[in-house]
Write a protein that binds this ligand. Structure first.
Ligand code: SF4
Length: 147
């Protein structure tokens, strides 16, 4: 079974992948998986769990991001410019991770910046999250002059 590193918080198998931390919200990965159910009660009411945590859950065929057997989300994420080369995160999911199997280091270098929840004023994140967005549309957005 492959696992999605931008998964749902409420599936029976869901685990916490990491914590979105710091001002930029990059993910700090847990050394070991923690069942999502164990943290559900600790999240303040009214705050979506995906705003502060990243979860991993099974990669499922009914996912809106599926393109055949591939993940369209990591395909769009890897269309974004690569961050400055740095160490690949140490995460507990790698042996089962769909993104790693599909895109390797290109996925891992971008993974900490992926937000499962989309801030309302973040157009680029919304485009990346939208299964209808193509890599060409992302490239055009990135090439357009900023407002
Ligand atoms: S760091 Fe790499 S292996 Fe770990 S969850 Fe992210 S994409 Fe998957």
């Amino acid at each position: 079974m492959e696992w999605c590193p931008s998964g749902a918080p409420d599936r029976p198998e869901s685990v916490v992948l990491g914590v979105r931390s710091g001002e930029d919200g990059r993910v700090a990965y847990l050394a070991d998986p923690l069942p999502a159910a164990e943290v559900a009660g600790m999240i303040p009411e009214g705050i979506p769990p995906t705003r502060i945590l990243r979860f991993a859950s099974h990669c499922v065929s009914e996912c809106a991001n599926r393109v055949g057997t591939a993940c369209g989300l990591i395909d769009r994420v890897t269309a974004l410019p690569a961050p400055a080369a740095g160490a690949v995160p140490r995460c507990h999911l790698r042996a089962h991770c769909k993104w790693w199997r599909q895109s390797g280091l290109a996925a891992c270098h971008r993974c900490p910046a992926v937000a499962t929840a989309t801030p309302p004023d973040d157009t680029l994140t919304a485009l990346v999250a939208d299964p209808a967005t193509t890599r060409e549309q992302l490239a055009a957005h990135l090439a357009a002059p900023a407002d």
